[in-house]
Design a protein around this ligand. Sequence first.
Ligand SMILES: [Zn+2]
Ligand SMILES: [Zn+2]
Length: 402
Amino acid sequence: MSSTIASAELLTRAKAIHENIRAWRRTIHRYPELTFTEQRTASLVNATLVDLGIETETEVAKTGVVGHIRGGDGPVVGLRADMDALPILEINGTEFDSTRPGIMHACGHDAHTAMLLGAATLLKKLADEGRLPGSVRLLFQPSEEAQDDEGKSGGMRMVEEGALQGLDAVFGLHVDSHHDVGYVATRPGPMMAAADKFELVITGSGGHAARPQSTIDPIALSAHVINAVHQVVSRRLDPTEHGVITIATIHGGTVDNVIPDTVTMTGTIRSFTPEARDVLHSELRRAVSIVEPLGGRAALTIFPGYPPTVNDPTATAHMMATLRDLLGEDHVAEGEMLMGAEDFSYMAQAAPGCFLRLGVHNPAWPEYYPVHRADFRLDEDALPIGAAALALTALRWMENKR
Ligand SMILES: [Zn+2]
Ligand SMILES: [Zn+2]
């Protein structure tokens, strides 16, 4: 095996393919595709990998693509990008705006896909030079933003279909508008929350609003439920854990002189550990049952969402050390825990993983333009940095294990 490549040289190589990465990103941005319909994006990915001489598998997890870069007989490292867009009407007015009204890459997954293609270019070249001591599995997953009718997201399906089997580690990144270009952040342990939804139907028995004594008023019962639910986090969850339960909608009644039969509420449950998640679920069930001694009934349905994204301490220490070398000591921060959710969480359960937040904010901009907004934007100077970050993290992992 030949000698390794210096970080600075890898970054120079990444900057040399900046135009390609930007072109991929802009093409994908023009033709955004929603959850599990990413056929056009998947064929761009597949064609690009095949052109690079990389072996591929298509239709993984419905519309995903897996690429295999084979180097030495060292460990296999997974690198992940998500490919789906959001149902948002873009208002940016750039020459590469979405051509599909109502669909937009407003979460930066176009950039994730393009950066992973960039990393693939860099890693394939290293493999051809005899400088890749292991193998890389490129995981281009569909549908990070949503689950299908069976409650499954793209990352979950990739894991179920065995795409992560045998991986020594897995790494991924997400654009972050709250960090400037050239800066990255991550943290060991829980990084992003588990996000579950719930629906609650409180049933009493309705009647004339002036004769409450002959009804079981579900609106009055709702007042008890709201109080009890709001005490779950403060009184039932270990104070050293993090969690939130929010009742986000409440609907009941039609007119001022009628007590309705039912009230319906929906909301979200967020947590960072399986223990806290279990407590929040079971205590929520208990809290809503407060209506029973009062003559009402509570039907609670919890729809499980993504588990918490938990970074492996070893993989995280490795990625942070690698990126300090690549970007400079003070450009790599220990990030905070975020209450949002990510389906990279399934991959980080399948192999030791680390998820990185990549700064994409241009310091000259007047504000942040964060993800999930119709005016979301990113500074494309971040693209070669993200590609180099992924490639170098995989390469150094193999070298350290050799
Ligand atoms: Zn998103
Ligand atoms: Zn996203």
